[in-house]
Write a protein that binds this ligand. Sequence first.
Ligand code: GRG
Length: 298
Amino acid sequence: MSPRSFSQWMGDIQQRTEIALDQALPSADIAPERLHQAMRYAVLGGGKRVRPLLVHAAGQLAQADAARLDRIACALELIHAYSLVHDDMPCMDDDALRRGKPTVHVEYDEATALLVGDALQTLAFQHIADDTVCDDPAQQVAMIRQLAVASGSRGMAGGQAIDLASVGLELSLTELEFMHIHKTGALIRASIALGAQCGHPLGDEAMASLDHVGKVIGLLFQIVDDILDAEADTATLGKTAGKDAANDKPTYVSLLGTSRARELAEEMCQSALDSLATFGNNAQRLSELTRFIVRRQF
Ligand code: GRG
């Protein structure tokens, strides 16, 4: 049997994630139908599924069971989808386009979008609390706690608060990093940490090294996001391009310029790859995925 290429592997994970999410979400026929329809609209049929890909790639490091990884991948993607729905609302980024289609508050209404985000977040915790996720209840509680911290005021929601408060300000590189380690990085870091915990124990040193990788990938993901916002077009991105400059938001591009921002992303990519090299062949997918994230076009 010939080994699967990275793009075949990525397609397989995206496909199995779509199926897992479809099964995780309540049917649109179940009451309240409109809310369930809007939840499915927000989650299914779009997105790169970067966080599920990270969960599965990290799971490979610990030879984790694929069905367990699916549950964790769903939990991460549901939190991510909730954050996008709320981020697009008029009280935050006020955007009309996401994943190439109208945002949830435009397609439905603001109250529905608020409830969609709330319900997706709690569905994520229902998923990670499923008794098939882990044999050790204490470890599972620790994993649930990790997801809660990554999503909350010490993680993504906190990063979003700093982002909203930073409009029109000139941040230092350290302040910008602090914001993105929380806003974008916390979920990415949690995806890798939780995926790795689904298999055999890797040990404290390996987990610390993976945490470094997660932190670096989170930052380089955001640097590339800033570059794409400045350089790519709306049709390619499936979301409104050029919003950072239009909203006077501090970004890696506004602070460093595109070419230094690109160099920084490449340096971070190399730092992640160097750490992953110590894991040997088991880190193949995570290394390939790191390169994909830094070279992505959308
Ligand atoms: C509302 C609590 C709350 C948080 C929102 C993550 C976030 C915080 C906002 C999203 C807005 C944004 C553009 C963030 C920058 C990086 C990012 C997370 C981009 C979107 O993620 P992708 O590229 O999206 O993985 P897809 O659609 O591919 O899943």
